[in-house]
Design a protein around this ligand. Structure first.
Ligand SMILES: Nc1ncnc2c1ncn2[C@@H]1O[C@H](COP(=O)(O)OP(=O)(O)OP(=O)(O)O)[C@@H](O)[C@H]1O
Ligand SMILES: [Mg+2]
Length: 294
């Protein structure tokens, strides 16, 4: 279920009830070093399953996971996938509400308004959502625009407001962890150096995603071609040509995952007959697209 835009509380991009079959996919689509997904899922399950018991410990968990890394390395996709993967594992204990916060809804020109909006989100909207179902997962994408590092914001146009909004986030995260311990906040950032230190220090787990290495690039290409072959069977031989994937990966060294995924699209759009009928795609089209930079 997606609440329609008009009925969403302010500051939220979407609200879903998970698990839901159409949310399968992202978790498997992102190819990361072995162990990364397991660690993320374990951390999420620990919080969502045992948050109430853990909240009695002196070293209170904050139910916060931060994914950091360069643009196009799969942070948002992985965070979305984590919501679904955790919800699937937790399903016998009840459903999960999954919400995405709109970080750009908060920075405000008006003094004090950001703080009020953030406070409303964290002390009213999220707690209300947390009460609806046994588990709550919140994605705060691009958190650097939300929890601005106060030390670096001293000379910003509206430093007082930035300070207050960041303080409101920290207080809100602390309150959510205490009052609704079966809530998990997943935050992503391209710029960890712009995110407030006190926010980062609250994270129970920080995962850094790197640019894909050549083996990973080859695997992303293979996955993209297999998806394509599912629609246009003529692509099947290319999807199974591992030598081709390796050759392409060498040409794409240093690219981020988003650019690698786009390579296949570029290759489809270079020749009219391929654009008309993707079954006509040749290895040469892919190699040409890679030489041209995807
Ligand atoms: N490691 C990867 N494996 C497979 N696909 C990837 C990988 N990294 C990125 N992608 C693909 O690239 C696209 C962009 O991913 P996503 O938006 O999650 O990146 P991001 O890190 O959130 O980027 P940004 O910082 O710009 O928001 C998606 O289609 C995703 O499938
Ligand atoms: Mg993103």
């Amino acid at each position: 279920m997606t609440a329609s835009a008009q009925r969403l509380p302010p500051g939220l991009l979407s609200v879903h009830v998970l698990p839901a079959d159409h949310h399968d996919g992202p978790w498997d689509h992102i190819i990361v070093p072995s162990g990364t997904k397991e660690r993320l899922l374990n951390q999420a399950l620990l919080t969502l399953r045992h948050g109430r018991a853990l909240a009695t410990l002196a070293g209170l968990p904050h139910g916060l996971i931060v994914l950091s890394g360069p643009p196009g390395t799969g942070k948002t996709t992985l965070a979305r996938g984590l919501g679904q993967a955790a919800a699937r594992a937790l399903a016998p204990a009840g459903a999960t509400t999954y919400v995405e916060v709109d970080p750009h809804a908060f920075p405000s020109e008006l003094l004090g308004e950001s703080q009020r909006n953030v406070t409303r989100l964290l002390t009213e909207t999220l707690p209300e959502l947390a009460q609806r179902r046994p588990h709550l997962v919140v994605l705060i994408d691009e958190v650097e625009s939300f929890a601005v590092r106060r030390s670096a914001a001293a000379f910003a146009t509206n430093p007082v407001d930035v300070h207050r909004a960041t303080d409101a986030i920290l207080a809100g995260i602390d309150a959510l962890a205490v009052d609704h311990p079966r809530s998990l906040v997943v935050a992503t950032t391209n710029f960890p150096e712009a995110v407030d230190e006190a926010f980062l220090s609250r994270a129970d787990l920080v995962v850094g995603l790197d640019l894909p290495d050549e083996t990973t690039i080859a695997a992303i290409l293979q996955h993209s071609l297999l998806e394509l072959a599912g629609i246009w069977p003529g692509v099947q031989p290319l999807a199974h040509d591992e030598g081709l994937h390796r050759k392409l990966a060498a040409q794409c060294a240093g690219w981020d995952g988003r650019r690698v995924r786009k390579l296949v699209l570029t290759a489809l759009a270079q020749r009219r007959d391929v654009a008309e009928d993707p079954n006509q795609l040749h290895a040469e089209d892919l190699l040409l697209a890679a030489t041209h930079g995807g």
